[in-house]
Design a protein around this ligand. Structure first.
Ligand code: DQA
Length: 142
């Protein structure tokens, strides 16, 4: 089975109660379940992780690089300012797909910049938890 890492950045562990009008009512473990079901149906083994810590996320990107694994990543707030996350993601050799639950371009101006989009194969935003499903399906077709 092909492996894929699904990485989630800060505050995504609070989904369910975090600004539900923007992020919906599903918890991160609901999203993980959805990803695991979709992954299996598409022939992937998904390694789904979340951290609030930049250094941990960088370590996971290094791990994906060493193992040549594709990554689906919701970098959350790191998207908009972390050069360190971008630099770590730039080392990946397998495809990177950036995902967002909301559509950052339709929100505050500081969210309009993504340091990740320029090094990602593509970005899927604005479809709620379905952004992850769409990313897995896009990855399966690469
Ligand atoms: C987010 C969008 C980011 O702007 C925000 O900082 C998040 C979540 C999303 O999934 O919509 O934490 O990445």
């Amino acid at each position: 089975m092909r492996k894929v890492m699904i990485l989630n950045g800060p505050n995504l562990d609070q989904l369910g109660t975090r600004e539900p009008e923007l992020y919906g009512s599903l918890t991160l473990s609901d999203i993980e379940k959805l990803c695991q079901e979709t992954a299996v149906a598409l022939g992937f083994e998904a390694d789904f992780r979340q951290t609030n810590d930049e250094s941990t996320l960088i370590g996971w990107l290094h791990e994906a690089t060493k193992s040549d694994l594709p990554v689906i990543m919701n970098p959350a707030a790191f998207t908009h300012y972390s050069v360190a996350i971008r630099d770590a993601a730039a080392m990946l050799s397998a495809p990177l797909i950036e995902v967002h639950i909301s559509n950052p371009i339709a929100r505050e101006e500081f969210r309009h910049t993504s340091l990740i989009s320029g090094i990602a194969k593509g970005t899927i935003s604005g479809f709620g938890a379905n952004s992850y499903v769409l990313a897995l399906s896009a990855l399966a077709k690469l």
